[in-house]
Design a protein around this ligand. Structure first.
Ligand code: MN
Ligand code: MN
Length: 319
């Protein structure tokens, strides 16, 4: 038997005082697999899919890289004053197996897999994969919660219409979601937007689809506290889905991604904003676009694993 920390009836991490952190298989934060427990509050699930990318490929290896980079996550989160794996039963649900050669079939498989998991787990923390997967995840959540507010961290709007005639790419999920009525258009915003656009029209259409924008350049003036206030004022009491494209971070903090843009957030800024979400009705989250072939020394993987830890902590606080 693998020695594990247990608390309040919840099966936690492998006990690092008995089995060193670098030993054994890498589940997220060395948590139990979903088949090792009976009840589940929060499931961490991987979606190794990157057939929707427009530039560098490789996010299909993101889930394995984030898991491997999560071995140092410890049981007590002092910033949120919570032991997330004691407060809630958190598990690693493995990867959804999706077709790498048929984007629309893969989207259906992600939705079906997420729907099945939501019958066991109250909340999902999904590790991508490219941003295409946010659409089927929102479809699955909409079936449970109705329209949700979305807080979207990204260098890019991801509300473009088509690319090479394709409706479903990593640059289009939030336009499709808005068109389908999955979003509460009065509660959505992007954080960290930067870099050149195709035209000024992009921002006009984005607003029509229901999004406010906190540009990365605004961080200098309003700071973390200002961003948290903008989010809270926009989301209010709505059920909220948080989508984190790791390219919201500056390439200095996340080089391992497919479409890097200069001038992004620091990992400290991102983590500080995510820590405020224990106060929101956080119904689900994803963390996408980690492409380990462009990473060095797990820089991107560690930032991603810590961001996911803050989101899981916020979810556990409400479980
Ligand atoms: Mn992006
Ligand atoms: Mn994106």
């Amino acid at each position: 038997m693998t020695p594990r920390i247990t608390h309040d009836g919840h099966v936690g991490q492998v006990d690092a005082t008995v089995v060193p952190r670098f030993a054994g298989p890498a589940t997220f934060a060395r948590l139990p697999r979903i088949d090792e427990v009976s009840d589940v509050d929060v499931a961490v699930v991987g979606v190794p899919f990157d057939s929707g990318v427009s530039y560098r490929p490789g996010a299909r290896f993101g889930p394995a890289h984030v898991r491997e980079s999560s071995r140092l996550l410890r049981p007590y989160n002092p910033a949120q004053d919570v032991e997330p794996f004691a407060r809630a039963q958190v598990v690693d649900a493995g990867d959804l197996a999706v077709n790498p050669f048929a984007v629309e079939e893969a989207i259906g498989q992600v939705r079906a897999g997420a729907t099945a998991l939501l019958e066991r787990a109250g909340r999902l923390m999904t590790i991508g994969g490219d941003h295409t997967i946010a659409l089927p995840l929102l479809r699955a959540l909409h079936a449970v919660h109705g329209p949700v507010a979305v807080v979207h961290f990204d260098a890019h709007l991801d509300t473009w219409d088509t690319y090479f005639g394709a409706d479903f790419t990593h640059g289009t999920p939030f336009r499709r979601a808005s068109e389908e009525g999955l979003l509460d258009r009065s509660g959505c915003l992007h954080v960290g937007i930067r870099g050149p656009l195709y035209s000024a029209r992009d921002l006009v259409e984005d607003a029509e689809l229901g999004f406010q924008v906190v540009h990365a350049r605004e961080m200098d003036d309003i700071g973390v506290r200002g961003v948290v206030e903008r989010i809270r004022a926009r989301v209010e009491e709505r059920p909220v889905y948080v989508s984190v494209d790791i390219d919201v971070l500056d390439p200095a903090f996340a080089p391992g991604t497919g479409t890097p843009e200069a001038g992004g957030l620091t990992s400290r800024e991102l983590l500080a904003v995510l820590r405020s979400f224990a106060d929101l009705d956080l119904v689900g989250a994803d963390l996408v676009e980690v492409a380990p072939a462009y990473d060095h020394a797990e820089i991107t993987g560690i930032a991603a694993s810590h961001a996911a830890y803050e989101l899981v902590s916020a979810m556990a606080s409400r479980s």
